[in-house]
Structures are given as C-alpha cells and as structure tokens.
Design a protein around this ligand. Structure first.
Ligand SMILES: [Zn+2]
Ligand SMILES: [Zn+2]
Length: 106
C-alpha cells in the first residue's frame, strides 16, 4: 500500500488565494506571504490522529518558495497533502491538520 501525495497547498486566511509563498527558511520561521493581498501568516500543523505507511513524496518535489510547514510530531518539513486534504508527514507518517497563525493583514 502506498499513499500518493501532492504539494502542500495553503490558502490565504484573509482573501482565500492559493498564490502563497514561503519567504523564510525552516531554521528561522514559517512566515508566508500572499501575493493576492500581501498578508503574512504562519501555517502550523497539529496531530490529526493516525499514521500512514508508504507515503510517497510528490513528484516534482516542492520548491523552496512553495508553502512549507513543519510536522507537529517530528519537525520535518516533508509535509504533503493527501487526496482527502489531510496532511501527512513523509518522514514519520503522522496524519496532520493545518492551522494558520500569526495572521497580519496586508
Ligand atoms: Zn491574501
Ligand atoms: Zn513527522
């Protein structure tokens, strides 16, 4: 059994645009900016319960400016989206839910 995934997609909490870019690096912060309205925010994950095995990384892999979030369990940034819209960590297999924090309207 394998679990196909695709790149993480994060919608702007202010205007709903998915034209959202990651502007920092994982060893600093998870500040993202929306190209639609200029708002900034930080996505975080919480454990949704459950584990998956055989998680496949998306192909192609996300780029550095694509939305990025850390796993609530193991801190890896290999967090991708499953077909049911839940997130899964390709490193430890935890099923995760997305939350948006630190919202600053643009
Ligand atoms: Zn926006
Ligand atoms: Zn993990």
């Amino acid at each position: 059994m394998t679990v196909p995934t695709r790149k993480l997609e994060v919608a702007c909490p202010v205007c709903g645009s998915t034209e959202v870019f990651y502007t920092c690096t994982p060893n600093c912060c998870f500040n993202h900016v929306c190209s639609g309205c200029g708002s900034t925010f930080e996505p975080v994950t919480t454990k949704a319960g459950g584990m998956r095995t055989g998680v496949l990384s998306p192909d192609p892999l996300p780029e550095a400016s694509d939305p990025t979030v850390a796993c609530a369990k193991c801190d890896a940034t290999t967090v991708y989206m499953m077909e049911d819209k839940f997130l899964v960590c390709a490193s430890c297999g935890s099923v995760l839910a997305l939350e948006i924090t630190e919202i600053a309207r643009g």
